[in-house]
Design a binder for this molecule. Structure first.
Ligand SMILES: C[S@@+](CC[C@H](N)C(=O)[O-])C[C@H]1O[C@@H](n2cnc3c(N)ncnc32)[C@H](O)[C@@H]1O
Length: 313
């Protein structure tokens, strides 16, 4: 990269790479985040920063860096500053119209892929998969990437989020049927072989919402106990699922028992949970009715999944 010549803007302070990173440290910005932000500003890989501590930032770069630093200090997620984030090995464009995909959600994708493997062992053809509340399209695209044979639908109530998801699908060359609307009403009535969702599940009034103020409210909270969206999804699910189809739901670390109860009350079978890497029961699912044969894809209850796929950025 050719850095812009320093000194062309007399108003801009002269800053070196090392000084910029020291300023980020003083501002309390996590080291790796600061390096990724600065690397994006100067258009170089992070390793370049280590070998070029004395390099001067050009005035325009200094201004971009200071703006990024201010936004990071105000709590804006790094993904919004960079405009991108990696999920399940896929690079996604991310804007403030969508939730920043969380590593915890990879647990849900791992489980979904297990279900699809079990489905394919006893069914020919292409499984019909539905992602409810797709946001950036992270889950739907990760599944389509891992299982190109699946036909994937993805629903979101937010037109802005769907525009981001659709763009991600196009950029990755992955075909997903994007549908705007309220949960089940957004898709036609043909039944699905697998349904999964990471819906909003934080309780309204939860003090943690203050730390998430930069992300869309529609993606975060759902009713006084956080379970409203999960109740709606579970209530509408059974009539829209094939025999033996699994419904897999992400939820808060303390909501597994409540979600399991909702699934059992709605007639789901084999209800079980899986933990995220931190050991919190993060996803709960059940089968719409007994599968024709073979073991449940989740195994014993609860099951901890540790397998993760990571591609370094
Ligand atoms: C927690 S975010 C999950 C985003 C994405 N699936 C992920 O894991 O990163 C929940 C998503 O549900 C969407 N949503 C909220 N209420 C909805 C509704 N009634 N119908 C459809 N989607 C809804 C939000 O717009 C948001 O994109």
């Amino acid at each position: 990269m050719t850095m812009e010549p320093a000194g062309s803007d007399p108003e801009a302070p002269v800053t070196t790479v090392d000084a910029a990173l020291a300023a980020a440290r003083s501002a309390g910005i996590e080291r790796q985040d600061a390096q990724r932000l600065l690397a994006a500003v100067v258009g170089q890989p992070r390793t370049w920063l280590l070998a070029h501590g004395e390099a001067l930032l050009a005035p325009a770069q200094t201004r971009r860096w200071q703006d990024g630093l201010r936004r990071a200090q105000a709590g804006e997620p790094l993904a919004y500053l960079l405009g991108s984030h990696e999920f399940y090995g896929l690079g996604l464009r991310i804007t403030s119209d969508v939730l920043v995909p969380r590593a915890d959600t990879e647990t849900l994708v791992d489980w979904a892929l297990d279900c699809l493997r079990a489905w394919s062992a006893s069914n020919p053809g292409s499984p019909r998969v539905l992602d409810l509340g797709t946001g950036s399209g992270a889950i739907a695209l990760a599944l389509k990437h891992s299982r190109p044979d699946a036909t994937v639908w993805a629903v979101d109530a937010s037109a802005e989020a769907l525009a981001v998801a659709r763009g991600n699908g196009q950029a990755l060359g992955l075909t997903v049927q994007w549908c705007q609307g309220d949960w089940w009403s957004a898709v036609d009535s043909r039944p699905f072989d697998l349904v999964l969702s990471n819906p909003p599940y934080i309780a309204e009034g939860d003090p943690h919402l203050a730390d998430l103020a930069h992300e869309p409210a529609l993606a975060l909270s759902s009713g006084p106990d956080g379970l409203d969206a999960l109740r709606q999804i579970i209530a509408g699910a059974r009539s829209r699922m094939c025999p033996g189809a699994w419904l897999l739901l992400e939820h808060g670390h303390d909501q597994a028992a409540a979600v399991a109860d909702l699934l059992v009350e709605a007639g789901f079978q084999g209800v079980q949970s899986r933990a995220d890497l931190a050991g919190h029961l993060r996803c709960t699912g059940g089968s719409a009715c007994p599968a024709p044969s073979g073991p449940a894809p989740g195994g014993a209850l609860p099951r901890v999944t540790r397998k993760r796929r990571r591609i370094a950025v």
